[in-house]
Design a protein around this ligand. Structure first.
Ligand code: ADP
Ligand code: MG
Ligand code: ZN
Length: 620
């Protein structure tokens, strides 16, 4: 597996010394100084005029003269000090004679004549100083910058080639992770099994002309096993796995991320069938409507969209992406032909937690563990936290000098791991759990008593990502297009069932019914204003729906007097429904109690299990 050593190339990229730049900077300044002002000594030079110069020559004070580049530099000895002057060179033909005569053997002193001809370096030296040396310096600087860029890009690519990202994305093959390593999450597995089958056997699908979804989006809270299940899909399908994190696409230069996407798809096409997995896709897939755009991110996202549209869906490249913020994703990503499948990963319920603990306990030596105790103590925690708990327990066992993990190790580590997490995650307290359980059973019971059938496939009291504390899946048996007045009214009754249970059982009301209230009101209102189901308004249309495709808000088409009358009518419907729900619940308290305690215990109850309880009591 070349994979692992290659995926972190920045680790063995050359180390960049931050002082290097400083060093080169100083060197350049020194060299430029040397090149442009090579002959100015760093001592003080006084300006003077030509006449003064001649006077000083004649008076014998001048000791040394240098003429170059239209300047005369000379030094005198006055009062024991050497002073250097400069003056402009005039075109004085007698100057040299004068200086030489002052230099004659019978003169009182000699003047040293330096370089009367303007200084010229040898052409070879000039060429070296002016061209070769700066060239060399810039070459070195360039290389240095290039190296540091490469280190930051985290890839062994070539700095100069902007055409491709240069970042090789290595496919992992031979992945050992399988669905067995992912405990629970049965619904997610079911959806992904189809993709596995497709990758195994693409011809079966292509023969018939079908092309499978190109992409599936794994959605769920952190630590629920999104990354894990993506690997498991590759492991099950036995295909190469290209894994990359969304943030790895976001590069320093605009265009680099897009190039990386192009490269990725090119490589994937060569290896098809295979899986591309983009973890934390929100890093590039965020909605593009923010005022402060990020060019690099947008270009990368556009490239991704283009590639997803461009590649042949029958070739067997499947793209999985994971996020815990699906609502922040760009709508364009979610449209059909891109990530049109959504795989929901939820926090595990009691059974799920037991299964996850079992998976992770396989990796450590342990005595017989009372899973029930541990699973019960960890309501609301994620798979990652459970994995952590098992590991902490093993560490504790080692600390205490034992060779195996015991139940008490696990119980202890639950506290260390969850003490912080409890507050972060919505872990229900026991009273809350009881309230939520009765609320949900209230919905279920009212639904069941009215239709004489299962209220839905599943009721859970696991806190949801959406913020709902409990959940009664209300799936109608079969698609329904026409509903009669009684059915609609019964739905309103069912919606009020949760709150009614709180009132009947606990004599209290909570904030938990806000969503029920909203839905019940909408439904009752529609009955009055749009479906013509009130005695009072008969078939008069009182409302029109504006945007059926965008949320479907509606506006009244009647006078304001009628509007307040409508409110009264709606209120009557709801009140009637509420009363009905309360009387149903009060009449079946035995079922309520039994079903609720089952739910509190197991955290999930299926529709069939619920109906068993109902039927048992109805027989009595
Ligand atoms: P996510 O990507 O959803 O944040 P990860 O897939 O990275 O979560 O999960 C982190 C770790 O938690 C996994 O490596 C695994 O050990 C553990 N884990 C999470 N969910 C499960 C699960 N359903 N079954 C077994 N282990 C799990
Ligand atoms: Mg992850
Ligand atoms: Zn409710």
């Amino acid at each position: 597996m070349e994979q692992d050593k290659n995926r972190q190339p920045s680790a063995n990229a050359p180390k960049v010394n931050p002082y290097m730049g400083f060093f080169w900077g100083i060197l350049i300044v020194l060299l430029l100084n040397g090149l442009i002002f090579p002959n100015i000594a760093k001592q003080q030079i006084k300006d003077t005029d030509y006449v003064t110069f001649i006077e000083k020559v004649d008076s014998g004070k001048v000791k040394e003269v240098a003429i170059e580049n239209g300047h005369i530099y000379f030094s005198t000895e006055e009062g024991g000090k050497t002073i250097t002057y400069q003056t402009g060179a005039t075109n004085d033909p007698r100057l040299v004679d004068r200086l030489l005569s002052a230099d004659s053997p019978n003169a009182s002193h000699k003047i040293a004549l330096n370089q009367i001809v303007p200084q010229e370096n040898s052409p070879i030296l000039n060429f070296f100083l002016l061209w070769v040396l700066p060239g060399l310096i810039f070459f070195l600087l360039w290389r240095q910058a290039g190296k540091s860029l490469q280190a930051r890009m985290g890839a062994g690519g070539n700095f100069l080639s902007f055409g491709n990202s240069g970042a090789k994305i290595y496919a992992e093959s031979d992945i050992k992770t399988s669905f067995a390593d992912v405990a629970g999450q049965d619904e997610a597995k079911e959806t992904l099994t189809e993709i596995v089958d497709f990758l195994h056997n693409p011809t079966k699908y292509t023969e018939i002309g079908a092309s499978l979804p190109k992409g599936a989006l794994l959605v769920g809270p952190p630590g629920t096993g999104k990354t894990l299940i993506a690997r498991a899909v590759a492991g099950e399908a036995k295909v190469p796995f290209f894994a990359i994190s969304g943030s790895e696409f976001v590069q320093m230069f605009v265009g680099m991320g897009a190039a990386k996407v192009r490269d990725l798809f090119k490589q994937a096409n060569e290896k098809a069938p295979c899986i591309i997995f983009i973890d934390e896709i929100a890093a590039i897939g965020k909605r593009r409507d923010t005022a402060m755009g990020n060019d690099e991110r947008e270009q990368t996202l556009n490239q991704l969209l283009t590639e997803m549209d461009g590649f042949d869906g029958r070739k067997g490249v499947v793209i999985l992406a994971a996020t815990n913020r699906p609502e922040s994703l760009d709508k364009a990503l979610l449209r059909p032909g891109r990530f049109d499948r959504r795989v929901q990963m939820e926090l595990p319920d009691l059974e799920g937690r037991k299964a996850i603990l079992a998976v992770h306990l396989k990796k450590v030596k342990h005595e017989t563990i009372d899973m029930d105790i541990v699973a019960r103590a960890t309501a609301g925690s994620s798979g990652a936290e459970l994995a952590n708990i098992v590991n902490e327990a093993a560490l504790r066992a080692v600390r205490l000098g034992r060779k195996t993990v015991t139940t008490s190790d696990l119980e202890e580590s639950v506290e260390t791991v969850l003490a912080g997490a409890q507050k972060k995650n919505a872990v229900l307290s026991d009273t809350e759990k009881k309230l939520v359980a009765y609320h949900e059973i209230g919905h279920a019971l009212v639904a069941a008593m009215q239709t004489h059938s299962a209220p839905g496939p599943k009721i859970t009291i696991i806190p949801r990502t959406s913020g709902a504390l409990g959940y009664t899946m209300q799936v109608e048996s079969g698609e329904r297009f026409l509903l009669d007045k009684e059915e609609l009214f019964n739905r309103v009754v069912t919606l009020t069932g949760g709150r009614s249970a709180e009132e009947v059982v606990f004599g209290t009301v909570t904030t938990g019914a806000s969503n029920d209230i909203e839905q019940a009101t909408k439904l009752a209102r529609a009955m009055v204003t749009r479906y013509g189901m009130s005695e009072r308004y008969d078939m008069m249309g009182l409302e029109t729906v504006n945007n059926a495709y965008l949320g479907g808000d509606s506006s009244l088409t009647c006078s304001s007097e009628t509007a307040s009358d409508i409110d009264r009518e709606v209120l009557n419907v709801i009140k009637e429904a509420h009363e009905k729900a309360k009387s149903i619940i009060a009449g079946h308290m035995d079922i309520m109690r039994q079903a609720a305690s089952y739910l509190i215990e197991k955290e999930t109850i299926t529709g069939d299990e619920f109906m068993k309880i109902v039927r048992k009591h109805e027989k009595d």
